[in-house]
Design a protein around this ligand. Structure first.
Ligand SMILES: NC(=O)c1ccc[n+]([C@@H]2O[C@H](COP(=O)([O-])OP(=O)(O)OC[C@H]3O[C@@H](n4cnc5c(N)ncnc54)[C@H](OP(=O)(O)O)[C@@H]3O)[C@@H](O)[C@H]2O)c1
Length: 183
């Protein structure tokens, strides 16, 4: 859907999260120029996994930062962050560029802006995409990043941390010990 490849520029917001960190790696492997938004503590991490440019959305306006470096607009945006970030990211896209958002809130989005065409779709896994992703994993070019492994009893804490929106990559719950001790 984002039709990303060599020579294309993509902005990924929420790049340090579970979805964003996969997206950065996939886009970089496809040869795209990757711009990522994240807090400064995550910048080195994002550069190591393939981001060409990182923007701290806490200390600068990410729309202005992208527009100043890419005055013609980026080819595509993937936004994993909802609300204002999602809507404002439209301003960074070039004419006939593409935007995909995955936040669960407000699926219909805002009223269409002038010149913006909207198409709703439901993503479906297809064999070609899954094979391409499998090949990247087998080649060691696509890795999940786990911030912490917690015992199952800490599921509530894990959920609260996820809800805080500050997790880098994934949190993993270990369930085997809980199963053994229940026997
Ligand atoms: N994870 C999944 O498997 C999954 C599956 C399907 C759908 N989703 C949906 O996808 C969305 C993203 O989920 P997620 O798990 O990737 O991550 P998330 O938990 O929503 O976000 C975590 C990351 O977001 C960054 N962040 C928070 N506010 C930001 C902002 N204003 N601008 C830029 N970055 C910001 C944080 O980075 P900093 O600390 O650097 O600020 C943090 O690393 C959610 O709506 C979720 O429901 C997730």
């Amino acid at each position: 859907m984002l039709q990303i490849g060599a020579g294309q520029t993509i902005l990924i917001t929420g790049a340090a999260g579970g979805v964003g960190s996969f997206a950065v790696q996939i886009a970089a492997n496809l040869g795209a120029y990757v711009i990522a938004t994240a807090s400064s503590r995550n910048h080195q991490f994002l550069q190591e996994i393939g981001a060409d440019e990182v923007i701290d959305y806490n200390t600068s306006d990410f729309v202005q930062a992208v527009q100043s470096q890419h005055p013609n607009g980026v080819d595509a945006v993937l936004t994993t962050v909802g609300s204002e970030t999602k809507y404002r990211s439209i301003q960074t896209i070039r004419d006939r560029g593409r935007l995909v958002w995955i936040s669960s809130e407000d699926p219909a989005g805002p009223p269409p802006e002038r010149g913006v065409q909207r198409t709703m779709f439901y993503a479906r896994a297809d064999a070609n995409s899954l094979n391409a992703i499998t090949a990247l994993i087998d080649a060691g070019k696509l890795k999940p990043f786990v911030e912490e492994v917690l015992p199952l009893e800490h599921a509530r804490e894990a959920q609260q941390r996820i809800a805080s929106g500050r997790v880098r990559g994934k949190l993993v719950l270990r369930i085997t010990e809980a199963l053994h001790s229940a026997r």
